[in-house]
Design a protein around this ligand. Structure first.
Ligand SMILES: Nc1nc2c(ncn2[C@@H]2O[C@H](COP(=O)(O)OP(=O)(O)OP(=O)(O)O)[C@@H](O)[C@H]2O)c(=O)[nH]1
Ligand SMILES: [Mg+2]
Length: 193
């Protein structure tokens, strides 16, 4: 089974600290979807800090890395504009928690009083993804729009958007299969125009 980002880091931090270590760290950060530019910047800064502070112990380097990673996390406020129709797409690499986050967001906004709320099952790629979102929808009492497994994901988002639109301002939260956002957004824009 493919190692998770956390497992890879753990493994790396049990090795000897040398030049190769920093190269492997950069690779792990890129593979962990941090982005090549940021990954190189983080590793360069970490190397610099280690030199300046004369740090060589794995646990101390790890603590510095944690600080650098935290520095790169941005806080955002997610709030639908309830004077209009909002369509949110949840993206991210496999298994990162997209579907769970869709359900958590739906539950949060439902309890905050958003009534015109529809989930779009736009992960039509992975087997059982539709059932997974259906189960969440049932549990939290939110409507889920879905098509057949293997169908066009943009058509699902389009139908969910239409369902919300027919009732006025509201929110669509779309679960997706991952990161092929250019294809999906292009298709949704084309269908809506
Ligand atoms: N500990 C922990 N586990 C989580 C969290 N969010 C999701 N998970 C678990 O991570 C696994 C994957 O979550 P999903 O929500 O299915 O992730 P996904 O990105 O939709 O996965 P794919 O659709 O396969 O790409 C599940 O076992 C979840 O229960 C979280 O915040 N904390
Ligand atoms: Mg999913």
């Amino acid at each position: 089974m493919k190692k998770s980002f956390g497992e890879k880091l753990k493994n790396l931090f049990s090795k000897k600290i040398d030049e190769e270590f920093f190269e492997e760290l950069t690779d792990s950060l890129v593979e962990g979807d941090i982005g090549a530019k940021t990954a190189f910047e983080i590793t360069d800064e970490l190397e610099q800090i280690c030199r300046q502070k004369k740090i060589s112990e794995q646990k101390d380097i790890l603590a510095e890395l944690k600080q650098l990673l935290l520095k790169n996390i941005r806080e955002v406020t997610l709030e639908p504009d309830m004077t209009k129709q909002n369509v949110w797409m949840v993206l991210g690499v496999n298994g990162v928690g997209k579907t769970t986050s869709v359900a958590k967001l739906a539950n949060l906004f439902k309890t905050r009083g958003v009534e015109n709320l529809v989930l779009a099952s736009a992960d039509t790629f992975r087997a059982a993804a539709i059932e997974q979102l259906d189960t969440h929808g049932e549990k939290i009492g939110v409507r889920v729009v879905s098509h057949q497994h293997g169908s066009d994901p943009s058509a699902v988002v389009f139908d969910a958007a239409e369902a919300v639109k027919s009732k006025g301002p509201g929110l669509v939260i779309a679960d997706t299969a991952g990161r092929l956002r250019s294809r999906l957004t292009k298709a949704v824009t084309k269908k809506s125009s």
